[in-house]
Ligand binder design. Structure first.
Ligand code: FAD
Ligand code: NAD
Length: 401
């Protein structure tokens, strides 16, 4: 048939929601929809700190893509994107290739080490299911080994987390819960393991509301997390960070949560790149491209009021998907393309399973159990949008604490 073909690259928040919206907005006869993803499953990136700490099973944070989309309606290709040949309107995959009429690039983020010496080699990172479960397995191995190995040192049980942005803070919140459990499981004196977060800025969560930041810091410190604030990581060695003027902080597990950037497929494919991402037009198309949309963590979308781009979040990625799907419909059916408008619903960060903090509904502050319950509502809402009540029952966070 001669149906136009829409190809979506990457089944994260942006890619899944775009696909979902397209199936809702377009008749089966109007277009062929193709979703390309590295794995046959979709995972919720915003739950990965829980997988990395070991507080949640990986299978709860992922789902088979074919459980969400009927493969007769959406063609599913499980393969890795290698390069977009935009002049030829085709995409090279590891094992095949595919041509497109309309392309959506939603390949997400990559960890950014900013070229810090030794970081890529010696630190773990929270990037996807595989890298995250490796972290929890490594931590558990250190605990299991400790009592057996006569050469084991106390610092083998130190977990060092580089970067006190939201990812680093949510991760140490989970660790504060997991470490006491591991101490019990492996008969280890709970005063031995340490959790240390290192942040270069004068405060953790730089730029976020000071009252909420203070709440988060105290909650975590009360549960044993140590902070090194205003401490710039200069180098990562096999078992340590070198900070500031050469002080060495030792650990048995080192995790870098100090920054993210857009998928490197963008630069490989010849797009104009600013700090690892493409600055898109208001309609979310790549500059100069009629038929390529770039959304989610691969895109810089300008916040005109503040004169800088919006931060990369799942909340924004899902909203990009709505605009992107509407604009593809407009291209197919004729009609004006809409500009993306961000609807900021707030920010809520977990500090473990039973504590959280954040802002909702244009500035209302939430703390403690009510924030934690709100965080679970946000997580479940996404599952609802994707797969209705059935998916919440299957994968949702149903226990309040
Ligand atoms: P992703 O969700 O990362 O999806 C990208 C997809 O592309 C993945 O499925 C990946 O497998 C696939 N892919 C990548 N490369 C290839 C390739 N070469 N070929 C084929 N497929 C490929 N944001 C919030 O708003 N709220 C939060 O609470 C929050 N918490 C977070 C917690 C953590 C631990 C982290 C790391 C981030 C968090 N974020 C949060 C940010 C949020 O997760 C991202 O902004 C969001 O995931 C971006 O969505 P995306 O669709 O662009 O990318
Ligand atoms: P980030 O860039 O927001 O934070 C990285 C932190 O590392 C910064 O505080 C930075 O100062 C610090 N850092 C960088 N280099 C350093 C060095 N050499 N030494 C010491 N510290 C250093 O990255 P992130 O936390 O991964 O967040 C990425 C995006 O995901 C953000 O947009 C964030 O808002 C979003 N996110 C949101 C939530 C939530 O809403 N609950 C949770 C996680 C992530």
């Amino acid at each position: 048939t001669n149906k136009p073909r829409i190809v979506i690259l990457g089944a994260g928040y942006a890619g899944m929601m775009t696909t979902k919206r397209l199936t809702q907005k377009l008749g089966a006869e109007e277009a062929e929809i193709v979703l390309v993803n590295k794995h046959n499953y979709h995972y919720q990136t915003t739950w990965l700190h829980e997988i990395a700490a070991g507080t949640r099973n990986q299978n709860q944070a992922r789902m088979m893509i074919s459980d969400v989309f009927n493969p007769n309606r959406v063609r599913l290709i499980y393969d890795s994107v290698v390069e977009v040949k935009k002049d030829e309107k085709r995409v090279l995959l590891e094992n095949s290739e595919i041509s497109y009429d309309y392309l959506v690039i939603s390949l997400g983020f990559e960890t950014n080490t900013f070229g810090i010496k030794g970081m890529e080699k010696n630190a773990f990172s929270i990037q996807d299911i595989e890298t995250s479960r490796l972290i929890s397995e490594h931590i558990e191995y250190q605990f299991a080994k400790y009592t057996l190995d006569p050469k084991a040192k106390k610092e083998d049980l130190t977990i060092l987390v580089g970067g006190g942005g939201f990812t680093g803070i949510e991760f140490v919140g989970e660790l504060a819960e997991q470490v006491p459990k591991l101490c019990k499981k492996y008969d280890i004196d709970p005063s031995i393991p340490k959790i240390i977060n290192v942040e270069a800025a004068p405060s953790i969560l730089p730029g976020f509301n000071e009252v909420l930041v203070a709440y988060a810091k105290k909650s975590l410190e009360d549960r044993g997390v140590e902070f090194r604030i205003g401490a710039k990581i200069q180098e990562c060695k096999k078992n340590s960070f070198v900070i500031n003027d050469g002080e060495e902080v030792k650990a048995g597990t080192i995790v870098w949560t100090g920054g993210v950037t857009g998928n490197s497929i963008l630069s490989k494919s010849g797009f104009e790149i600013t700090k690892g991402k493409v600055t898109v037009n208001e309609d979310l198309r790549a500059p100069g491209e009629e038929d390529i949309f770039i959304i989610g963590d691969c895109a810089w979308v300008m916040n005109k009021e503040e004169g800088r781009p919006f931060p990369p979040t799942a909340q924004a990625a899902m909203q990009h998907a709505d605009t992107c799907a509407s604009n593809i419909k407009a291209l197919l059916q004729g009609g004006a393309l809409e500009s993306f408008v961000f609807d900021d619903k707030g920010t809520v960060a977990s500090l473990g399973n039973a504590d959280a903090m954040g802002t909702v509904f244009s500035g209302t502050k939430l703390y403690g159990k009510s924030a934690s319950a709100m965080k679970k509502v946000i997580d479940n809402r996404y599952l609802f949008l994707l797969g209705g009540p059935r998916l919440i029952l299957k994968k949702g966070k149903l226990r309040p604490f």
